[in-house]
Write a protein of this length. Structure first.
Length: 463
């Protein structure tokens, strides 16, 4: 074939600009974007002709140019960050955005964020207010703390606490609690950044009361406990409970701080989940300051919540780091509406999506699995679709050993491998992320929200 002839046949920009499809694209997406798309597509088509071995295929590429330009312009306006269906069964999936926000809560947040709000304005007195004021009282009421605030996430909360209370001095931590959380958050490294000196005590499996007391010097500024959220040390172990550390802190006038990680506010053991120490437990035991995430078991927006004695919270509110780590209006609005649900445990379980999924009982899961199976069979009558028991996980580094019984709808194609199918599902316009187990795709229905069901219609003709 004559490649030079083909190159000569590539239309000029002004010719392309007269094509009907391109004119329509300009009307829809704007001239600047379409011009960029034209240049990208012309470059691509030159390269493709260079690599092409088949003349009719090359002609096809040229003929299709107006369409590829319109497609390309359209793609430029499609956000790269998109909704996915979480069918992994991991409720607080960090890679998939941890806790989802409820639609009703989001409606309120939208109203706040799309206009102006009293974020830092005291409407009673007509003067400057505090961004924490919207949820501080709620947090105090729910947890029993004297004061509260919130920053960007729990990693920053820990950093702020260590900087404000421990900076320039020593912070005592048990070797059994020197955790690394996903995303390389390591207690020793955060400590170094906060200008506090880490004093490690005890051993990996055992730390005793005397280890804490022996470590106290006139430089000691904080006794820190860290919840081992994402791992467990089992067997011959010992650690010192908060209640025992508190009198020690009082004796030497040193604040006792706990990084709780998950920040569960209700006792989930009633719903068959292993008991996880609550924020209220830590405060009741006498902790001076407690920090936890907003988007783990609390089920709210990403945030690092700090509660405790007013004297210490005030020190943190005044710290310069707070300005750098402060939450925005979205988070402040979300925290208030989500925390409000906790005024009644029943409401929290019903209205906070993560809690609702975690506590969903067998019968409901089974019904959901039946519904999904029906749907899949409607879409692909020839596919192998089965309902099987499976195990969901909490995720987000919370309750790492917990497996909650659930149901999965499993899918096999017969025409393509499970790996190929997994990739196809991942590349749908609303991707469906499942698990691969025993060479089948498993959709754990626990994390498939009711509104997500419709996206399984994308499977029509896929298999
Ligand atoms: C998850 C976790 C963190 C980090 O919290 P983010 O909100 O993800 O920043 C810190 N400490 C502990 C113990 C955790 O479990």
């Amino acid at each position: 074939m004559d490649k030079n002839q083909l190159y000569r046949n590539i239309p000029k920009v002004d010719i392309l600009l007269e094509e009907e499809t391109v004119v329509a694209a300009i009307a829809q997406y704007g001239r600047e974007l379409v011009m960029e798309a034209i240049h990208t597509q012309l470059n691509d088509v030159r390269k493709q002709i260079g690599a092409c071995q088949d003349e009719s295929e090359a002609r096809g590429l040229l003929e299709n140019l107006p369409n590829s330009i319109a497609e390309c312009a359209k793609r430029m306006l499609e956000p790269v960050m998109k909704k996915v269906v979480n069918a992994t069964g991991t409720v607080l999936h960090t890679n998939l955005g941890r806790a989802p926000i409820g639609k009703a809560h989001m409606a309120h947040i939208t109203e706040i964020a799309t206009g102006y709000s009293n974020l830092e304005y005291n409407l009673e007195e007509g003067r400057r207010g505090e961004r924490y004021s919207h949820f501080e009282e709620l947090l105090c009421k729910i947890t029993g703390a004297e004061a509260a605030m919130a920053v960007n996430n729990n990693a920053s909360a820990v950093m702020l606490i260590l900087h404000a209370l421990g900076g320039g001095g020593e912070v005592v931590v048990s070797r059994g609690e020197l955790v690394e959380i996903g995303g390389k958050f390591r207690i020793p490294d955060v400590m170094a950044l906060s200008k506090a000196k880490l004093v490690e005590i005890g051993t990996t499996n055992k730390t005793h009361f005397a280890d804490y007391e022996n470590a106290i010097t006139d430089q000691t500024k904080v006794l820190l406990k860290v919840h081992t959220s994402n791992y467990r040390i089992v067997g011959f172990t010992d650690s010192v409970p908060m209640a025992d550390l508190v009198p020690l802190g009082e004796k030497y006038d040193i604040p006792v701080v706990e990084d709780l990680g998950s920040g569960v506010l209700i006792d989930l053991s009633k719903y068959g989940i292993t008991y996880e120490p609550t924020v209220q437990d830590a405060l009741r035991a006498g902790a001076d300051v407690v920090s936890f995430s907003g988007d783990k078991l609390l089920g709210g927006p990403q945030a690092g919540i700090i509660v405790g004695k007013k004297k210490y919270i005030d020190m943190m509110k005044k710290n310069q780091l707070t300005r750098a780590l402060r939450i925005d209006k979205f988070t402040a609005a979300a925290l208030e509406v989500v925390l409000m649900e906790y005024l009644s445990e029943e409401r929290a379980i019903q209205h906070i999506p993560a809690l609702r999924m975690i506590t969903m009982q067998e019968q409901e899961l089974k019904e959901k699995a039946e519904m999904l199976k029906e749907k899949l069979l409607q879409m692909e009558p020839l596919a192998q679709v089965e309902i099987e028991p499976c195990e969901s996980q909490i995720g987000g580094g919370s309750l790492p050993l917990e497996k909650i019984g659930s149901f999965a709808v499993t899918l096999q194609s017969g025409k393509m491998s499970t790996a190929e199918l997994e990739e196809k599902l991942r590349k749908l316009s609303v991707p469906i992320i499942g698990r691969v187990q025993n060479d089948k795709i498993c959709f754990d229905v626990r994390t498939v929200q009711d509104d997500d069901m419709v996206y399984f219609e994308q499977l029509k003709g896929l298999l």
